[in-house]
Unconditional design. Structure first.
Length: 168
């Protein structure tokens, strides 16, 4: 037992500081995000929408806060489409959003990168990939080739019909 008054007050102060220190310690802010592209949209054509599911967990947040979402569509590391969205979040949210794949997107693997920021400097980013099957310019070329072939056969058939009718 502590009997000296100075030692006793020092011990009480020490216990008081130790007891309340967790309340005064800075809270670690955590932000966790995840992105998933549904199976149906893992392969899309250029010019179509690619949908993705975004899950945000902000466990230390006790009030409703605005988060800035920045979507980027990357082709070979270069941004070909982007969008910015503002969402109000409390502890967690999950939603589906989309980006339009530009008509000029090349065939192959593309990446969606999503960055989430709050107004206090906290930032987190994730990405997911999907396949672009064909571009609309390729479809136009196929259409023009098909149209040319049909016109050629139409001309040949018309010429043969004309020759048969002329002989009679």
């Amino acid at each position: 037992m502590i009997t000296h008054p100075k030692t006793r007050s020092f011990a009480l102060l020490f216990v008081f500081i130790l007891g309340f220190s967790p309340f005064f310690a800075p809270h670690a802010r955590a932000l966790s995000i995840g992105v998933h592209i549904p199976e149906k949209y893992s392969v899309v054509d250029a010019g179509e929408r690619v949908y993705f599911e975004l899950e945000i967990k902000y466990p230390e947040n006790r009030t409703r806060k605005d988060l800035r979402l920045h979507y980027e569509l990357l082709e070979d590391g270069k941004i070909i489409a982007q969008a910015k969205v503002l969402k109000a979040v409390e502890n967690q949210t999950s939603f589906v959003d989309y980006l339009v794949v530009p008509d000029f997107a090349k065939k192959g693997i593309h990446e969606i990168r999503i960055a989430v920021q709050d107004y206090e400097g906290l930032e987190e980013a994730v990405s997911a990939s999907f396949q672009v099957r064909s571009t609309s310019s390729e479809l136009r070329i196929y259409f023009l080739i098909l149209l040319g072939v049909l016109m050629f056969f139409g001309t040949v058939i018309s010429w043969e019909v004309y020759r048969i009718v002329k002989k009679k």
